[in-house]
Design a binder for this molecule. Sequence first.
Ligand code: FAD
Length: 520
Amino acid sequence: MKISRRNFVKNSTILSGIAMMGMKTNLFANEEDIQWDEEWDVIVAGSGFAGSAALCQAIDLGAKTLMIDKMPVLGGNSAINGGAFSIVGSPQQEKRGIKDSHELYVKDIFKAGLGLNQRELVEVIAKNGYEAYKFTTKRGVFYRDNLGHFGGHSVPRTIWPAINSGGKITLPLQAYGKKNGATIRTRVILDDLIFDKSGKKVIGIKVRENYKFSFDPMSNEEDNKSGITKYYKINGGIVMATGGFAYDVNFRQKLDPKLTPDLDCTNHYGATGYALRMMMRNNVKTRDLGWVQLGPWGSPDEKGFGISPVFAIPAFAYGVMVDARTGKRFVNELADRKVRADAILNIHENPDGSLTHPIVFCDSVGATGTRKENVYRGIHKKVIRKFDTLKELANFYKIPYEGLKKTVDDYNKYVKNGKDEEMDKPFFKLRGKTPDISKPPYYAFRAIPKVHHTMGGVVIDTEARVYGKDDKVIEGLFAAGEAVGGPHGASRLGSCAVPDCLVFGRIAAKSAVKLLKQRV
Ligand SMILES: Cc1cc2nc3c(=O)[nH]c(=O)nc-3n(C[C@H](O)[C@H](O)[C@H](O)COP(=O)(O)OP(=O)(O)OC[C@H]3O[C@@H](n4cnc5c(N)ncnc54)[C@H](O)[C@@H]3O)c2cc1C
């Protein structure tokens, strides 16, 4: 123990409610009494999109930069993410003549977020998404010539890196950072912030090196005592890029009792509330913690994120989702995630308590909206099923055939007339024509919502400065990405997390370096 205990103010009165899970003190110190183990200009906690963008930006601005991650591998949710990245004005949009605007982008995000969004943050994401995209291409990320239309977006505006994986963005950024002098460490957990004696400025952090993460989702991370404590001094600022908490089963259920442990989760195991609770104990202001998003495209036939969300993109766009008990549609298949997930959960349980899963399917033309390999992988895993006739599909899933046939006939009529009279789903073209559901074979999967994204987090401003409960900026503390609440309101639109993380990761690093220059 290198910090003299008597110099800490144990501010236990601010600890309350959920922040008390695994309660500890927060650290206030007289700087001269601390024996720092290391000294850095900028420290980035978390190695996902937000952390990786912050790392590159801080290095470009000449800061001595350290990135830490508590996990044995880098990348967090970002590395396992689908790589879908929505921006206005991409070359992919231009090539296809898609008319889009920042205003429309903001409007779409607001609609999905039920208007609870922090407007100025959304505007920053909309306006700086393209710049963030360019920032990544200049640092080794390649995007293919493909444009997707995600549910809730008014126009197609989603692009992907070389393959559908966020790792194709984080890895080149981390490689760039390392090549240009950054230090990156795994298995280092951020335990606490160290403030100056005024209690208002962050001057360092307490970490544990050689941390061994427990992969038991029911455990509380505060009970894990592994690792060796160290103290890192920070001359500029710390960027909290510590992600969301969807895999923190106990914590998420405390926030929303409906989120029971039996609900599967798409996240990496490290998506716990440990860093968030630490910030709450340090008087950081939070918002929207109860808004936890369920992805409507999960499958009960595989664990985690899996392959179904990839196939669901064309299946929802060019096919239908039906209640297996009736064969009828029950929601606009391109509504935002919350609307679809809520609709599924509404019909999910039978009166006798058993569960039913809606069936999502499209025909052979619709299925070409994703790569063949994705469909084959899904079939191989028995998540996606292939049927030569509608009758076969109905028999397999025990759907009343007459009901299913009528749904498909009606849907095909709507496509022909260009108006979905039932659900008002917008129709989009695939290679110049809107596919109906008439060309077998048919491809289908069973759907179930999975816990996917936590909208809530710490409160920041457009400079990524974190606010305290007293509504004042906490000097030296910055945050970006899923650790932040505000941009997405009640529900995040698909493919909007990547731009959010990259844009605010860069901003947080710029702010930390600006502070560094003011401090020296
Ligand atoms: C399977 C999946 C697919 C997705 N697909 C898409 C998509 O295609 N498009 C899209 O826009 N969004 C998608 N999302 C959402 C998006 O991936 C996340 O919102 C985003 O990756 C969050 O990035 P981040 O940098 O904020 O956090 P993360 O990438 O989660 O990184 C946070 C890191 O911080 C580390 N950390 C946490 N606490 C500490 C601590 N105390 N000390 C040290 N390190 C710590 C974690 O270990 C983790 O590595 C997807 C999410 C999932 C789960």
